[in-house]
Design a protein around this ligand. Structure first.
Ligand SMILES: Cc1cc2nc3c(=O)[nH]c(=O)nc-3n(C[C@H](O)[C@H](O)[C@H](O)COP(=O)(O)OP(=O)(O)OC[C@H]3O[C@@H](n4cnc5c(N)ncnc54)[C@H](O)[C@@H]3O)c2cc1C
Length: 459
């Protein structure tokens, strides 16, 4: 990073850094060193870090916010969606999140039972998981740059409350969701639909309490035919109220998921289209807009939906829920045919990933293609995690290499966790052997995953 960029960063923070805190990023001596450094502590990053540490790698996890979890905690996203083969860390995390709630009622949907998240509990569960595995977690430490030696990422620059710092890594994992490290390293990225670059809308999720369980509904999406006591389908009511201006412009369904606790619903409804979620100015504007939309959705619920007359906002996301930004192009990519045909590959490190092709409409309400499309359980090949032309770097989570439509399926949390685990294994093995991740055979990673009990299809 150049000196002027450092100055600009300091200026953006409102004051110049103290002299002793300047220039740390250009110091030849790194502040910290590790075998594996994972950027981003969401579902993918936590699994990557824990997975690497369990293989004996000295591992640092660097998160920009003040707690772990990404969308799983601060994004207030619930339930956990998607599937992968049995035996991955997604099973382990589900068990941990459910441990205190084995008797809680589950709602059945066309995708199986909904698995809730207590966002507050999850913060502690993920922190403990990392601590128990021996991961060093850095909070409030956004990665702002990457240093290279030729095509290889060697160091990350991290902004800390004490100024910029350098962390040296044998292998780096980019689990930032936004491909932040890969972009700094000069990797090829794509954003949005192949036709016009439009991305899925963003949403601020929230939880309401004060719901009367004796008559209140749940509603998992725009195809849920749940009826109100009046006999009207709830989704028809939402569309009617949207047309009448009682719901925000692009909000044609107010999804109402159960939580672990009676009298609560997790609400996935607000929507902003056409913004650039990588632009902080846009994020500020979206926050004002969507917090207004929360008020409008709550008024709709109170006025029109039986059982919600006394509901109130219990909590809301601490960061905008961003469905889609960069996809980092890799040696391989997840393509539409993988999902349609349920393709399997001998170099797969994630097996039987599955979720619908769920494209929230970039240009309006509802689904982009009228409705979500089915997918067959598909494999994700090792090459999808290896950014083309860049060494020393792996991706995990929603920023891996795939098409816009494939991303709309693998972006949900279960596949992202399984990706993190597989990539953590790859990072640890590469660090241990002193090779770049690209030099590993997929079978090396598969062998270790199988040893852990991951039910991969035999190659
Ligand atoms: C509104 C919404 C609703 C959704 N609904 C569901 C659902 O019901 N079920 C489901 O399973 N999935 C759902 N998803 C998808 C799912 O939540 C995400 O795709 C998933 O969390 C991706 O995991 P991830 O680890 O790749 O990224 P994220 O969860 O986004 O985590 C990325 C982490 O990286 C950190 N980070 C980013 N930049 C930096 C940086 N420069 N330095 C350090 N750290 C950084 C972030 O703070 C964050 O903690 C939803 C998503 C949204 C937005």
């Amino acid at each position: 990073m150049s000196g002027s960029a450092v100055a600009a960063l300091a200026a953006a923070g409102g004051c110049a850094p103290r002299e002793s805190e300047k220039g740390a990023s250009v110091s030849a001596t790194p502040w910290l060193e590790a075998d594996v450094v994972v950027a981003g502590g969401g579902p993918a990053g936590v699994c990557a870090a824990v997975s690497a540490a369990r293989l004996g790698a000295k591992t640092i996890l660097v998160e920009r916010f003040g707690c772990l979890g990404g969308n799983l905690t601060l994004g207030h996203v619930s339930p956990i969606l998607g599937k992968v083969c049995a035996g991955t860390m997604a099973d382990e995390i589900r068990r941990l999140l459910n441990a205190n709630h084995l008797d809680a009622p589950k709602v059945m949907t066309r995708n199986g039972p909904e698995e809730h998240i207590d966002h507050e509990e999850a913060k502690g569960i993920l922190a403990r998981l990392c601590a128990d595995a021996g991961v060093t977690v850095l909070l409030c430490a956004p990665v702002v740059d990457a240093q290279m030696e030729g095509p290889r990422v060697t160091d990350l620059t991290v902004d800390t409350p004490k100024g910029l710092r350098t962390i040296r890594a044998k292998v780096v994992v980019d689990a930032t969701g936004d491909g932040r490290v890969a972009t700094a390293a000069g990797a090829e990225v794509k954003i949005g639909r192949e036709s016009d670059g439009a991305t899925q809308p963003s949403t601020l999720e929230f939880v309401v309490d004060g719901v009367d369980e004796s008559c209140a509904i749940t509603a998992w999406g725009g195809t849920d035919p749940v009826k109100l006591p009046s006999g009207e389908e709830y989704r028809a009511l939402c569309k009617r109220m949207n047309a009448a201006g009682e719901l925000p412009k692009n909000v044609t369904i107010v999804r109402l998921h159960r939580t672990f606790y009676p009298g609560e619903r997790s609400v996935n409804a607000t929507q902003i289209n056409g913004i650039d979620p990588l632009d902080p100015v846009a994020l500020g504007k979206a926050d004002v807009e969507l917090r207004g939309q929360i008020d409008q959705c709550v008024a709709f619920l109170r006025n029109h939906v039986p059982g919600f007359e006394k509901c109130r906002v219990k909590s809301s996301a601490g960061t905008l829920g961003v469905r889609e930004t960069r996809r980092v192009m890799g040696d391989a990519m997840v393509v539409d045919a993988d999902l349609h045909d349920g393709r399997h590959y001998p170099d797969a490190v994630v097996h039987n990933a599955w979720f619908l092709i769920d494209i929230h409409n970039p240009k309006g309400g509802g689904q982009a293609e009228g409705h979500s499309h089915p997918a067959q359980p598909y494999d994700i090949r090792y090459g999808a995690f290896l950014p083309k032309g860049i060494d020393g770097l792996l991706t995990a989570g929603r920023c891996i290499s795939g098409t816009h439509r494939a991303h709309a399926s693998y972006r949900v949390m279960t596949p992202c966790m399984a990706m993190g685990e597989a990539v953590g294994v790859a990072a640890a093995l590469a660090a241990k052997r002193g090779v770049v991740p690209r030099a590993l055979a997929a079978s090396d990673i598969r062998d270790e995953l199988s040893r852990r009990g991951v039910q991969l299809q035999q190659a």
